[in-house]
Design a protein around this ligand. Structure first.
Ligand SMILES: Cc1cc2nc3c(=O)[nH]c(=O)nc-3n(C[C@H](O)[C@H](O)[C@H](O)COP(=O)(O)OP(=O)(O)OC[C@H]3O[C@@H](n4cnc5c(N)ncnc54)[C@H](O)[C@@H]3O)c2cc1C
Length: 395
Protein backbone atom coordinates (compact mmCIF):
# COMPACT_ATOMS: atom_id res chain seq x y z
CA UNK A 1 0.00 0.00 0.00
CA UNK A 2 1.38 3.42 -0.92
CA UNK A 3 1.42 6.17 1.69
CA UNK A 4 -1.00 8.19 -0.45
CA UNK A 5 -3.64 5.42 -0.72
CA UNK A 6 -6.86 6.18 1.15
CA UNK A 7 -7.12 4.52 4.52
CA UNK A 8 -9.47 1.52 4.39
CA UNK A 9 -12.25 1.77 6.89
CA UNK A 10 -14.68 -1.02 7.76
CA UNK A 11 -17.76 -0.69 5.60
CA UNK A 12 -20.45 -1.85 7.98
CA UNK A 13 -23.16 -0.38 5.78
CA UNK A 14 -22.05 -2.27 2.68
CA UNK A 15 -24.72 -3.92 0.55
CA UNK A 16 -24.45 -7.51 1.65
CA UNK A 17 -25.83 -9.32 -1.35
CA UNK A 18 -24.57 -12.88 -1.36
CA UNK A 19 -22.82 -14.13 -4.47
CA UNK A 20 -25.62 -16.58 -5.29
CA UNK A 21 -28.12 -13.73 -5.64
CA UNK A 22 -28.56 -11.45 -8.64
CA UNK A 23 -30.18 -8.03 -9.06
CA UNK A 24 -33.33 -9.84 -10.16
CA UNK A 25 -33.48 -11.71 -6.87
CA UNK A 26 -33.02 -8.43 -5.03
CA UNK A 27 -35.88 -6.85 -6.99
CA UNK A 28 -38.03 -9.84 -6.11
CA UNK A 29 -36.98 -9.39 -2.48
CA UNK A 30 -38.20 -5.80 -2.58
CA UNK A 31 -41.59 -6.72 -4.00
CA UNK A 32 -42.23 -9.63 -1.61
CA UNK A 33 -41.15 -7.48 1.32
CA UNK A 34 -43.37 -4.63 0.26
CA UNK A 35 -46.34 -6.98 -0.16
CA UNK A 36 -45.72 -8.68 3.21
CA UNK A 37 -45.28 -5.39 5.03
CA UNK A 38 -48.23 -3.58 3.48
CA UNK A 39 -50.79 -6.31 2.93
CA UNK A 40 -50.03 -8.99 5.51
CA UNK A 41 -48.35 -7.49 8.57
CA UNK A 42 -51.26 -5.18 9.47
CA UNK A 43 -53.44 -8.28 10.00
CA UNK A 44 -50.88 -10.51 11.73
CA UNK A 45 -52.27 -9.99 15.23
CA UNK A 46 -55.86 -10.60 14.16
CA UNK A 47 -54.87 -13.78 12.31
CA UNK A 48 -53.44 -15.16 15.53
CA UNK A 49 -57.08 -15.48 16.60
CA UNK A 50 -58.72 -16.49 13.33
CA UNK A 51 -55.90 -18.07 11.24
CA UNK A 52 -55.09 -16.28 8.00
CA UNK A 53 -57.80 -16.29 5.30
CA UNK A 54 -57.64 -18.37 2.11
CA UNK A 55 -57.75 -15.11 0.15
CA UNK A 56 -54.02 -14.72 0.97
CA UNK A 57 -53.33 -17.67 -1.35
CA UNK A 58 -55.41 -16.11 -4.13
CA UNK A 59 -53.68 -12.77 -3.74
CA UNK A 60 -50.23 -14.34 -3.70
CA UNK A 61 -51.19 -16.45 -6.70
CA UNK A 62 -52.26 -13.34 -8.60
CA UNK A 63 -48.92 -11.71 -7.76
CA UNK A 64 -47.04 -14.75 -9.03
CA UNK A 65 -45.53 -15.53 -5.61
CA UNK A 66 -46.77 -19.12 -5.36
CA UNK A 67 -44.86 -20.36 -8.39
CA UNK A 68 -41.64 -18.35 -8.37
CA UNK A 69 -39.42 -21.33 -9.10
CA UNK A 70 -42.08 -23.42 -10.83
CA UNK A 71 -42.23 -24.05 -14.61
CA UNK A 72 -43.99 -21.46 -16.73
CA UNK A 73 -46.04 -24.15 -18.46
CA UNK A 74 -47.98 -24.58 -15.19
CA UNK A 75 -48.35 -20.88 -14.55
CA UNK A 76 -45.11 -20.48 -12.59
CA UNK A 77 -42.53 -17.76 -13.05
CA UNK A 78 -39.81 -20.17 -14.18
CA UNK A 79 -37.29 -18.71 -11.74
CA UNK A 80 -34.48 -20.60 -10.07
CA UNK A 81 -34.40 -22.24 -6.65
CA UNK A 82 -33.03 -19.08 -5.05
CA UNK A 83 -36.26 -17.25 -5.85
CA UNK A 84 -38.04 -19.71 -3.53
CA UNK A 85 -35.44 -18.92 -0.86
CA UNK A 86 -36.11 -15.21 -1.29
CA UNK A 87 -39.84 -15.77 -0.76
CA UNK A 88 -39.15 -17.80 2.41
CA UNK A 89 -36.90 -15.01 3.66
CA UNK A 90 -39.12 -12.05 2.89
CA UNK A 91 -42.45 -13.51 3.96
CA UNK A 92 -41.18 -13.10 7.55
CA UNK A 93 -42.06 -9.42 7.12
CA UNK A 94 -45.67 -10.52 7.48
CA UNK A 95 -44.82 -10.85 11.17
CA UNK A 96 -46.71 -14.14 11.14
CA UNK A 97 -44.84 -17.41 11.44
CA UNK A 98 -48.10 -19.29 10.99
CA UNK A 99 -48.78 -17.64 7.66
CA UNK A 100 -45.23 -18.24 6.46
CA UNK A 101 -45.58 -21.91 7.36
CA UNK A 102 -48.97 -22.30 5.67
CA UNK A 103 -47.58 -20.82 2.46
CA UNK A 104 -44.37 -22.87 2.61
CA UNK A 105 -46.31 -26.12 3.04
CA UNK A 106 -48.23 -25.23 -0.12
CA UNK A 107 -45.31 -24.06 -2.29
CA UNK A 108 -42.30 -25.98 -1.00
CA UNK A 109 -43.58 -29.14 0.67
CA UNK A 110 -46.72 -30.40 -1.10
CA UNK A 111 -46.14 -28.92 -4.58
CA UNK A 112 -42.59 -30.19 -5.34
CA UNK A 113 -43.47 -33.91 -5.19
CA UNK A 114 -46.42 -33.36 -7.55
CA UNK A 115 -44.15 -31.57 -9.99
CA UNK A 116 -41.36 -34.10 -9.62
CA UNK A 117 -43.34 -37.35 -9.66
CA UNK A 118 -46.84 -36.45 -10.91
CA UNK A 119 -48.42 -37.25 -14.25
CA UNK A 120 -49.32 -34.47 -16.66
CA UNK A 121 -52.98 -34.84 -15.64
CA UNK A 122 -52.09 -34.51 -11.93
CA UNK A 123 -50.04 -31.39 -12.61
CA UNK A 124 -52.87 -29.83 -14.61
CA UNK A 125 -55.44 -30.78 -11.98
CA UNK A 126 -53.52 -29.64 -8.87
CA UNK A 127 -50.37 -27.67 -9.63
CA UNK A 128 -51.92 -25.19 -12.08
CA UNK A 129 -54.69 -24.05 -9.69
CA UNK A 130 -52.29 -24.24 -6.72
CA UNK A 131 -49.88 -21.81 -8.36
CA UNK A 132 -52.84 -19.53 -9.07
CA UNK A 133 -53.81 -19.76 -5.38
CA UNK A 134 -57.19 -21.22 -6.25
CA UNK A 135 -56.52 -24.64 -4.72
CA UNK A 136 -54.67 -25.24 -1.47
CA UNK A 137 -52.29 -28.13 -0.78
CA UNK A 138 -51.23 -29.99 2.32
CA UNK A 139 -48.87 -32.87 3.07
CA UNK A 140 -49.62 -35.82 5.33
CA UNK A 141 -46.73 -37.80 6.75
CA UNK A 142 -47.10 -37.68 10.54
CA UNK A 143 -49.51 -39.94 12.40
CA UNK A 144 -50.53 -40.15 16.04
CA UNK A 145 -48.16 -43.12 16.51
CA UNK A 146 -45.35 -42.21 14.11
CA UNK A 147 -43.60 -38.92 13.43
CA UNK A 148 -39.82 -39.16 13.41
CA UNK A 149 -40.13 -42.82 12.53
CA UNK A 150 -41.71 -42.30 9.11
CA UNK A 151 -41.32 -45.99 8.31
CA UNK A 152 -43.57 -46.73 11.28
CA UNK A 153 -46.71 -45.16 9.77
CA UNK A 154 -49.84 -47.30 9.70
CA UNK A 155 -52.09 -45.64 7.11
CA UNK A 156 -52.87 -48.41 4.63
CA UNK A 157 -53.85 -48.22 0.99
CA UNK A 158 -55.19 -51.52 -0.32
CA UNK A 159 -55.73 -52.26 -3.99
CA UNK A 160 -59.35 -53.12 -4.84
CA UNK A 161 -59.95 -53.59 -8.56
CA UNK A 162 -59.13 -50.32 -10.31
CA UNK A 163 -59.17 -48.42 -7.01
CA UNK A 164 -57.31 -48.17 -3.76
CA UNK A 165 -59.06 -48.02 -0.39
CA UNK A 166 -57.30 -45.96 2.27
CA UNK A 167 -57.64 -46.21 6.05
CA UNK A 168 -55.67 -44.45 8.75
CA UNK A 169 -55.07 -41.10 10.37
CA UNK A 170 -52.66 -38.19 10.11
CA UNK A 171 -51.94 -35.54 12.67
CA UNK A 172 -50.43 -32.05 12.99
CA UNK A 173 -51.27 -31.46 9.32
CA UNK A 174 -50.67 -27.83 8.36
CA UNK A 175 -53.41 -26.44 6.07
CA UNK A 176 -55.35 -29.63 6.86
CA UNK A 177 -58.64 -27.80 7.38
CA UNK A 178 -58.45 -25.57 4.35
CA UNK A 179 -56.69 -27.80 1.82
CA UNK A 180 -58.32 -29.10 -1.37
CA UNK A 181 -55.93 -32.02 -1.69
CA UNK A 182 -53.42 -33.89 0.45
CA UNK A 183 -50.18 -35.52 -0.62
CA UNK A 184 -50.67 -38.61 1.51
CA UNK A 185 -48.01 -41.07 2.60
CA UNK A 186 -49.38 -44.61 2.89
CA UNK A 187 -48.20 -48.15 3.19
CA UNK A 188 -49.23 -50.37 0.30
CA UNK A 189 -47.12 -53.39 1.22
CA UNK A 190 -46.33 -53.75 4.93
CA UNK A 191 -43.93 -56.63 4.23
CA UNK A 192 -41.77 -54.78 1.72
CA UNK A 193 -39.84 -52.56 4.14
CA UNK A 194 -38.86 -49.21 2.60
CA UNK A 195 -40.25 -50.46 -0.71
CA UNK A 196 -43.76 -50.76 0.71
CA UNK A 197 -44.78 -47.08 0.70
CA UNK A 198 -46.85 -45.20 -1.86
CA UNK A 199 -47.90 -41.56 -2.16
CA UNK A 200 -51.44 -40.59 -3.14
CA UNK A 201 -53.14 -37.37 -4.11
CA UNK A 202 -56.37 -37.53 -2.15
CA UNK A 203 -59.02 -34.83 -2.66
CA UNK A 204 -60.02 -33.58 0.76
CA UNK A 205 -63.71 -33.72 -0.18
CA UNK A 206 -63.53 -37.44 -0.99
CA UNK A 207 -66.06 -39.47 1.02
CA UNK A 208 -64.41 -40.83 4.17
CA UNK A 209 -61.92 -37.99 4.65
CA UNK A 210 -62.75 -36.55 8.07
CA UNK A 211 -61.24 -33.29 9.23
CA UNK A 212 -61.26 -33.94 12.93
CA UNK A 213 -59.90 -31.64 15.62
CA UNK A 214 -58.48 -28.21 14.88
CA UNK A 215 -55.43 -28.59 17.10
CA UNK A 216 -54.46 -25.88 19.60
CA UNK A 217 -50.78 -25.13 19.94
CA UNK A 218 -47.98 -23.06 21.54
CA UNK A 219 -47.39 -20.79 18.53
CA UNK A 220 -47.93 -20.56 14.77
CA UNK A 221 -51.52 -19.65 15.65
CA UNK A 222 -52.19 -18.13 12.24
CA UNK A 223 -51.84 -21.58 10.65
CA UNK A 224 -54.44 -24.31 10.84
CA UNK A 225 -53.27 -27.66 12.15
CA UNK A 226 -55.46 -30.69 11.67
CA UNK A 227 -56.03 -34.17 12.91
CA UNK A 228 -57.36 -36.11 9.92
CA UNK A 229 -59.02 -39.49 9.59
CA UNK A 230 -59.27 -41.59 6.43
CA UNK A 231 -62.14 -44.05 6.66
CA UNK A 232 -62.49 -46.36 3.66
CA UNK A 233 -61.50 -43.56 1.31
CA UNK A 234 -61.76 -44.90 -2.23
CA UNK A 235 -59.52 -43.33 -4.87
CA UNK A 236 -58.76 -44.47 -8.43
CA UNK A 237 -55.32 -45.88 -9.25
CA UNK A 238 -54.70 -42.61 -11.11
CA UNK A 239 -54.44 -40.94 -7.67
CA UNK A 240 -51.10 -42.69 -7.06
CA UNK A 241 -48.35 -40.05 -7.02
CA UNK A 242 -45.06 -41.34 -8.39
CA UNK A 243 -44.26 -45.02 -8.34
CA UNK A 244 -46.13 -47.61 -6.32
CA UNK A 245 -43.72 -48.81 -3.62
CA UNK A 246 -41.37 -45.83 -3.93
CA UNK A 247 -43.23 -43.42 -1.67
CA UNK A 248 -40.65 -43.57 1.12
CA UNK A 249 -37.86 -42.44 -1.19
CA UNK A 250 -40.11 -39.80 -2.76
CA UNK A 251 -40.94 -38.31 0.62
CA UNK A 252 -37.33 -38.40 1.85
CA UNK A 253 -36.43 -36.35 -1.23
CA UNK A 254 -39.26 -33.92 -0.50
CA UNK A 255 -38.02 -33.45 3.08
CA UNK A 256 -34.66 -32.15 1.86
CA UNK A 257 -36.19 -29.18 0.04
CA UNK A 258 -38.57 -28.56 2.94
CA UNK A 259 -35.70 -28.48 5.44
CA UNK A 260 -33.60 -26.07 3.41
CA UNK A 261 -36.49 -23.67 2.86
CA UNK A 262 -37.31 -23.95 6.57
CA UNK A 263 -33.71 -23.11 7.44
CA UNK A 264 -33.84 -20.03 5.20
CA UNK A 265 -37.00 -18.92 6.97
CA UNK A 266 -35.32 -19.39 10.36
CA UNK A 267 -32.36 -17.21 9.37
CA UNK A 268 -34.65 -14.48 8.04
CA UNK A 269 -36.93 -14.69 11.07
CA UNK A 270 -33.95 -14.37 13.38
CA UNK A 271 -32.62 -11.41 11.39
CA UNK A 272 -36.00 -9.66 11.48
CA UNK A 273 -36.22 -10.13 15.24
CA UNK A 274 -32.62 -8.90 15.61
CA UNK A 275 -33.32 -5.76 13.56
CA UNK A 276 -36.39 -4.84 15.56
CA UNK A 277 -34.57 -5.46 18.83
CA UNK A 278 -31.60 -3.38 17.73
CA UNK A 279 -33.98 -0.49 17.15
CA UNK A 280 -35.43 -1.01 20.62
CA UNK A 281 -31.97 -1.10 22.21
CA UNK A 282 -31.17 2.26 20.63
CA UNK A 283 -34.38 3.83 21.90
CA UNK A 284 -34.74 2.38 25.37
CA UNK A 285 -32.68 4.02 28.09
CA UNK A 286 -31.67 2.87 31.58
CA UNK A 287 -29.29 4.48 34.02
CA UNK A 288 -29.10 7.43 31.64
CA UNK A 289 -27.85 5.40 28.63
CA UNK A 290 -29.28 3.60 25.65
CA UNK A 291 -29.41 -0.02 26.78
CA UNK A 292 -27.57 -1.08 23.61
CA UNK A 293 -24.52 0.83 24.85
CA UNK A 294 -24.07 -1.47 27.84
CA UNK A 295 -21.34 -3.94 27.04
CA UNK A 296 -23.48 -6.84 28.26
CA UNK A 297 -26.16 -5.97 25.71
CA UNK A 298 -23.71 -5.08 22.94
CA UNK A 299 -22.16 -8.52 23.27
CA UNK A 300 -25.55 -10.15 23.01
CA UNK A 301 -26.01 -8.43 19.64
CA UNK A 302 -22.54 -9.49 18.56
CA UNK A 303 -23.26 -13.12 19.47
CA UNK A 304 -26.61 -13.08 17.72
CA UNK A 305 -25.26 -11.44 14.58
CA UNK A 306 -22.45 -13.99 14.35
CA UNK A 307 -24.84 -16.90 14.70
CA UNK A 308 -27.25 -15.49 12.13
CA UNK A 309 -24.46 -14.85 9.65
CA UNK A 310 -23.05 -18.34 10.14
CA UNK A 311 -26.45 -19.91 9.58
CA UNK A 312 -27.05 -17.74 6.50
CA UNK A 313 -23.76 -18.83 4.93
CA UNK A 314 -24.62 -22.48 5.58
CA UNK A 315 -28.04 -22.08 3.98
CA UNK A 316 -26.75 -20.22 0.91
CA UNK A 317 -23.80 -22.51 0.32
CA UNK A 318 -25.99 -25.58 0.65
CA UNK A 319 -28.64 -24.01 -1.59
CA UNK A 320 -25.94 -23.40 -4.19
CA UNK A 321 -25.02 -27.07 -4.13
CA UNK A 322 -28.68 -28.15 -4.21
CA UNK A 323 -29.40 -25.89 -7.18
CA UNK A 324 -26.39 -27.24 -9.03
CA UNK A 325 -27.73 -30.75 -8.96
CA UNK A 326 -26.08 -32.18 -5.85
CA UNK A 327 -28.05 -33.95 -3.14
CA UNK A 328 -26.25 -32.63 -0.03
CA UNK A 329 -28.33 -34.35 2.64
CA UNK A 330 -25.66 -33.97 5.33
CA UNK A 331 -25.29 -30.23 4.79
CA UNK A 332 -29.05 -29.68 4.53
CA UNK A 333 -29.44 -31.46 7.88
CA UNK A 334 -26.70 -29.30 9.38
CA UNK A 335 -28.25 -26.10 8.05
CA UNK A 336 -31.70 -27.10 9.28
CA UNK A 337 -30.39 -28.07 12.71
CA UNK A 338 -28.25 -25.00 13.18
CA UNK A 339 -30.66 -22.42 11.76
CA UNK A 340 -33.57 -23.77 13.85
CA UNK A 341 -31.50 -23.69 17.00
CA UNK A 342 -30.04 -20.23 16.57
CA UNK A 343 -33.43 -18.79 15.61
CA UNK A 344 -34.82 -19.88 18.99
CA UNK A 345 -31.69 -18.62 20.78
CA UNK A 346 -31.92 -15.25 19.02
CA UNK A 347 -35.62 -14.87 19.78
CA UNK A 348 -34.92 -15.73 23.41
CA UNK A 349 -32.16 -13.11 23.69
CA UNK A 350 -34.39 -10.56 21.97
CA UNK A 351 -37.01 -11.11 24.66
CA UNK A 352 -34.28 -10.61 27.27
CA UNK A 353 -33.10 -7.36 25.69
CA UNK A 354 -36.66 -6.07 25.66
CA UNK A 355 -36.98 -6.77 29.37
CA UNK A 356 -40.61 -6.82 30.54
CA UNK A 357 -41.71 -5.49 27.17
CA UNK A 358 -40.35 -8.66 25.60
CA UNK A 359 -42.84 -10.67 27.60
CA UNK A 360 -45.75 -8.51 26.41
CA UNK A 361 -47.70 -9.39 23.30
CA UNK A 362 -47.62 -5.78 22.12
CA UNK A 363 -43.99 -6.02 20.99
CA UNK A 364 -44.41 -9.27 19.07
CA UNK A 365 -41.06 -10.72 20.21
CA UNK A 366 -42.66 -13.37 22.39
CA UNK A 367 -44.59 -14.51 19.31
CA UNK A 368 -41.38 -14.91 17.31
CA UNK A 369 -40.00 -17.10 20.08
CA UNK A 370 -43.15 -19.24 20.23
CA UNK A 371 -43.38 -19.55 16.44
CA UNK A 372 -39.68 -20.32 16.00
CA UNK A 373 -39.74 -23.06 18.61
CA UNK A 374 -41.56 -25.30 16.17
CA UNK A 375 -38.61 -25.44 13.80
CA UNK A 376 -36.61 -27.61 16.18
CA UNK A 377 -39.42 -30.19 15.89
CA UNK A 378 -41.16 -29.88 12.50
CA UNK A 379 -39.71 -31.39 9.32
CA UNK A 380 -37.44 -33.59 11.45
CA UNK A 381 -36.42 -32.91 15.03
CA UNK A 382 -32.98 -31.77 16.19
CA UNK A 383 -32.32 -35.32 17.33
CA UNK A 384 -33.19 -36.76 13.93
CA UNK A 385 -30.98 -34.17 12.19
CA UNK A 386 -28.10 -35.12 14.49
CA UNK A 387 -28.70 -38.76 13.70
CA UNK A 388 -28.67 -38.13 9.94
CA UNK A 389 -25.45 -36.15 10.25
CA UNK A 390 -23.80 -38.71 12.54
CA UNK A 391 -24.79 -41.65 10.36
CA UNK A 392 -23.43 -39.88 7.28
CA UNK A 393 -19.97 -40.53 8.74
CA UNK A 394 -20.65 -44.26 8.79
CA UNK A 395 -21.49 -44.36 12.51
C1 LIG B 1 -47.29 -27.10 14.27
C2 LIG B 1 -46.88 -28.35 13.57
C3 LIG B 1 -47.09 -28.47 12.20
C4 LIG B 1 -46.75 -29.66 11.54
N1 LIG B 1 -47.07 -29.79 10.21
C5 LIG B 1 -46.95 -31.03 9.64
C6 LIG B 1 -47.47 -31.27 8.33
O1 LIG B 1 -47.97 -30.36 7.66
N2 LIG B 1 -47.36 -32.53 7.84
C7 LIG B 1 -46.80 -33.56 8.53
O2 LIG B 1 -46.77 -34.66 8.04
N3 LIG B 1 -46.30 -33.35 9.78
C8 LIG B 1 -46.38 -32.12 10.34
N4 LIG B 1 -45.88 -31.91 11.61
C9 LIG B 1 -45.31 -33.04 12.34
C10 LIG B 1 -43.82 -32.96 12.62
O3 LIG B 1 -43.07 -33.13 11.46
C11 LIG B 1 -43.52 -34.02 13.71
O4 LIG B 1 -44.08 -33.54 14.91
C12 LIG B 1 -42.05 -34.30 13.89
O5 LIG B 1 -41.53 -34.95 12.76
C13 LIG B 1 -41.77 -35.14 15.14
O6 LIG B 1 -42.58 -36.27 15.19
P1 LIG B 1 -43.41 -36.60 16.52
O7 LIG B 1 -44.15 -35.37 16.91
O8 LIG B 1 -44.20 -37.82 16.29
O9 LIG B 1 -42.32 -36.86 17.63
P2 LIG B 1 -41.67 -38.27 17.98
O10 LIG B 1 -41.18 -38.92 16.76
O11 LIG B 1 -42.60 -39.03 18.86
O12 LIG B 1 -40.41 -37.83 18.85
C14 LIG B 1 -40.49 -37.51 20.24
C15 LIG B 1 -39.06 -37.22 20.74
O13 LIG B 1 -38.24 -38.39 20.55
C16 LIG B 1 -37.12 -38.05 19.80
N5 LIG B 1 -36.73 -39.17 18.93
C17 LIG B 1 -37.52 -39.88 18.10
N6 LIG B 1 -36.79 -40.78 17.44
C18 LIG B 1 -35.51 -40.63 17.83
C19 LIG B 1 -34.26 -41.24 17.49
N7 LIG B 1 -34.18 -42.21 16.58
N8 LIG B 1 -33.14 -40.80 18.11
C20 LIG B 1 -33.20 -39.81 19.03
N9 LIG B 1 -34.35 -39.19 19.39
C21 LIG B 1 -35.47 -39.58 18.78
C22 LIG B 1 -37.54 -36.85 18.96
O14 LIG B 1 -36.42 -36.12 18.51
C23 LIG B 1 -38.38 -36.10 19.95
O15 LIG B 1 -37.56 -35.36 20.82
C24 LIG B 1 -46.15 -30.71 12.27
C25 LIG B 1 -45.89 -30.56 13.63
C26 LIG B 1 -46.26 -29.42 14.28
C27 LIG B 1 -46.01 -29.33 15.76
Amino acid sequence: MAATDPVLKPDFGAKRTHFILTDEHEQLRESVRSFATKELAPHAEQWEETTFPDSVFRRMGALGFLGLDKPEQYGGQGGDYYSALVLAEEIVHSGSGGLAMGVAVHTDMAMPPILAFGTEEQKQEWVVPAIAGEKILCLGITEPDAGSDVAGIKTRAVRDGDDYVINGSKTYITNGHRADVIVLVTKTDPDAGYDGFTLFLVPMDAPGVVREARLRKLGMHASDTALLAFQDVRVPASAVLGQVGKGFYHIMWELQGERLIGAAGCVAGAQHCFDRTLQYALERTAFGRQIGRFQAIRHKFAEMATKIETARQMVYTTAWRFKNGEYPVREISMAKLYASRIAVEVADECIQIHGGAGYMKEYGVERVWRDMRLNRIGAGTDEIMLDVIGRSYGL
